[in-house]
Design a protein around this ligand. Structure first.
Ligand code: FE2
Ligand code: FE2
Length: 209
């Protein structure tokens, strides 16, 4: 019990979710890049990604962060501006994520729309989400590690209705089976590239900053 709610474990889980979201943003960006190669992206895969983003990060990860942010702001007054910006970004990401789900759903269901209608907002979403997580990772997680105790995490967990991650948890939802397979394929491809070229991993992580 104590281990589950220790600050270290809570922050490690927080970071692990960011790593998962980053994988999905990479996948989404990969699909957007297909436009420029004259190929068609996999709209169903893009919809699965955005459906997940609006049904896990928006529903559990961000509301949980908002509660952690409020406690951080109370204890470190100079974090107020950055915390307020991040909280506001949660609402904006939800808004743009919902709009993308609707646009992709329309396409999957047969609507024809100009590629710019999806590509521009999707690229903006990827960039905004990455920037948002980068700020959390560099400015907020270190603060949380020093300011939040196990009792804070117990209170935060109790205030949010728990749900298992429907994609990355062991018994994930069936609706994400295709996306799960794609993530596994990407991981294998990434390992192959990294083995053949030791600089590959470094170049890729620099590209996402
Ligand atoms: Fe966030
Ligand atoms: Fe986050």
């Amino acid at each position: 019990m104590l281990k589950r709610f220790s600050s270290e474990v809570a922050i490690a889980l927080w970071h692990a979710e960011h790593v998962n979201f980053a994988k999905l943003l990479d996948l989404l960006e990969g699909q957007l890049d297909l436009f420029h190669k004259g190929e068609s992206p996999d709209y169903e895969l893009m919809l699965d990604i955005m459906f997940y983003m609006t049904h896990y990060p928006d529903v559990l990860h961000h509301p949980k962060e908002d509660l952690a942010f409020a406690r951080i702001k109370q204890r470190a007054a100079d974090s107020g501006r950055i915390v307020d910006e991040l909280t506001e970004q949660h609402a904006l990401l939800k808004e743009s994520g919902d709009a993308l789900v609707h646009a992709l759903d329309d396409i999957v269901n047969g609507s024809i729309m100009p590629r710019e209608h999806v590509e521009e907002p999707a690229r903006a979403y990827v960039a905004d989400f990455r920037r948002h997580m980068h700020t959390e990772e560099t400015a907020i997680l270190p603060l949380a590690a020093t300011l939040l105790r196990a009792s804070d995490w117990v209170a935060i967990d109790a205030a949010i209705r728990h749900m298992d991650d429907p994609l990355f948890a062991k018994n994930g939802e069936e609706r994400y089976a295709a996306l799960r397979r794609q993530i596994a394929r990407e991981a294998v491809a990434f390992q192959d590239c990294a083995q053949q070229d030791p600089g590959f991993e470094e170049v890729n992580s620099a590209r996402r900053q």
